[in-house]
Design a protein around this ligand. Structure first.
Ligand code: GLY
Length: 262
């Protein structure tokens, strides 16, 4: 299954400057040591599936650079370097480009000066690429990406991230080829018609950002009712602490790029 079977992942060490990372609501400064301990657990979980994990060094100039997912879209046919909509994050994409060029035969870029798109707004399923317009991803970014992935045989469908939600995938995750974990508020928009949808438990909306990575679902610790639903549905979960990244609106998907390079 090309949407969740991967040979590789890329991560980046949380910089000390992460304490200054972007956040919608200030709930306190992240504890850097705990954040790095959680990050190590995350990398160990990825590696436990047999994948090769490229661990990039911290980039102090970019406080949010641990959230590598926003810098690129990785598909089996090639990678696309994004243009993040947060001005402080724009330079992260250029830092990622050479890493992808070393692993992929084809690397393309979102280039339009007014076009913005972040990987956190992109959910790739077996059949389509869903992109949520958001405060970070605009119509120009979506249109430019649509043209690129069409060359690789993908259908892109534009959807909308709920108001006040950072990224589309803040509220949803792919669990398998036809199953999505979603908050009720996002599913209510109708964007997952045709998919099997499992809802996060009421009050546990922050658990919607998980990742299916080979045989595992990496799932944020602290959401027991949603965890139990997923276990009952037959998924193998690995719970990872996310308390510190959550202070920066980050989650499981944000911390890696996942792919099988061509
Ligand atoms: N702190 C993650 C972001 O706002 O992009």
């Amino acid at each position: 299954m090309r949407s969740y079977s991967f040979t590789h992942a890329i991560t980046r060490c949380p910089p000390a400057s992460a304490i200054h990372g972007l956040r919608a609501v200030d709930t306190g400064s992240p504890d850097l040591d705990l954040m790095r301990a959680h990050h190590a657990d995350y990398i160990a979980a990825l590696k436990s599936t047999g994948a090769t994990v490229v661990e990039l060094p911290a980039l102090e100039a970019f406080p949010d650079s641990l959230f590598v997912e926003d810098t690129a879209l990785c598909l089996p046919q090639g990678a696309v370097v994004m243009r993040p909509g947060a001005p402080s994050r724009l330079g992260e994409a250029a830092e990622m480009a050479p890493q992808l060029q070393a692993l992929y035969r084809e690397v393309r870029q979102i280039e339009g000066a007014g076009n913005f798109i972040e990987g956190g707004d992109i959910l790739t399923t077996e059949t389509e690429v869903l992109v949520g317009r958001s405060a970070r991803t605009n119509a120009g970014g979506v249109a430019e990406l649509a043209g690129i992935v069409a060359d690789w045989g993908y259908k892109l469908r534009e959807v909308f991230t709920p108001p006040g939600v950072l990224h589309f995938k803040t509220d949803c995750s792919l669990l398998d080829g036809d199953t999505i974990l979603s908050t009720e508020r996002l599913d209510a928009s109708g964007c997952f018609t045709g998919y099997r949808v499992i809802h996060t438990a009421p009050g546990e909306e922050a658990s919607a950002n998980a990742i299916r990575f080979n045989d595992l679902v990496l799932f944020p610790a602290g959401f027991p009712r949603t965890r139990d639903k997923l276990v009952a549905a037959g998924y193998t979960l690995r719970e990872i602490g996310n308390s510190e990244c959550a202070k920066l609106d980050g989650g499981m998907s944000c911390l890696s790029l996942r792919f099988s390079p061509s």
